[in-house]
Design a protein around this ligand. Sequence first.
Ligand code: PMP
Length: 394
Amino acid sequence: MLNNLSPQNPDPIMQLITLCREDPRETKIDLGVGVYKDGAGNTPVMRAIRAASKKVWDNETTKVYTGLPGDPAFGKAMRDLVLADSVEGSRVAAIATPGGTGAIRQAFELARKANPDVTVWTSNPTWPNHLAILKFMGLPNTEYAYFDEASCTVDFDAMMDSLQGVKAGDMVLLHGCCHNPTGANLTLEQFGTVADLIADKGALALVDIAYQGFGDGLEEDAAPTRLLASKLPEMLVAASCSKNFGVYRERVGCLMAISEDASITPNTQANMNYLNRIAFSFPPDHGARLVTTVLTDDALTADWKDELETVRLSMLGLRTQLSEELRQRTNSDRFDFIAQHRGMFSRIGATPEEVLKMREDFGIYMVSDSRMNIAGLNPTTVPLLAEAIAKSCK
Ligand code: PMP
């Protein structure tokens, strides 16, 4: 029977990693995979997570199952981190999930359960896995305009135009901050306008927030999600701790669902628990426990915030350096958007041929849509990349 399985296309990013690994050039630069790397190319365990591991090791007395939603303390900690006081806690149901990906999958499942005819609206472009999951689930998907390839900024008018097609009962997926793959984000005011449209249409917003603290700061990055939560009667939030706590392989995520009224929350929660039950019963606990430990200990929280801020500022510094280098080399402000983009990624508007040329001529590895991981750079490699872009992109 297994011989009936259709072949799977290899993941383009995994292919890129292999190609880069096999490239003998010492000057090669890997800007592909979406993990944070420090200047030396390492993805370290954050100090507070290491300290939390020790604390959990010393104090954990059992490994017995948690409940279906995971440890309620984790749900509460995530609610405080992402939503703060933008919405009454009694309206928020939460489940722990395996990573942000698990939260997104459960969000789609929940939407389908609530409305079997749901159409999910996604930005063009979006994180490819959004589309892959929707396709696998057979959920109708419509793209809304988002990125202007020429200016590498958000085309807000086009976005609002296409969202006019949203119907009551549809779901609109928004990136809470640090849009992946483009790096181009809405202003807070624009988020407010989108919230009004979603409310008018009677649609459900799903905010995917996977990079809180990587853009303008922990609070600033959560501001759009909180604004939406304060304006909309109902909303889903899929949060990932992979990047901002550096716990990628532990698989830590959380789906939060805000119901219109606190009286509805228990049933929303029960449906979310059920979705966990049929997918994997109990969600993974260890990574979530590390995150909860950090977020419920003042000293660990302070140290985590401190390290996260260093990470954020290092990426911002690389963005500024790169756009300045490109200003000098191209004698134009064409690449200034790199300093305006936020998060780990920027899509720079190069054609697939130009991306290939940069790979062949300079050993620069970026995804063929010209998404690059800023954290793959360091102050020494920035001029090499600037040279490659200036020489390869028309
Ligand atoms: N959403 C977006 C936009 C992402 O970029 C990612 C990670 N690449 C995720 C969700 C999910 O992250 P994870 O499952 O690793 O927590």
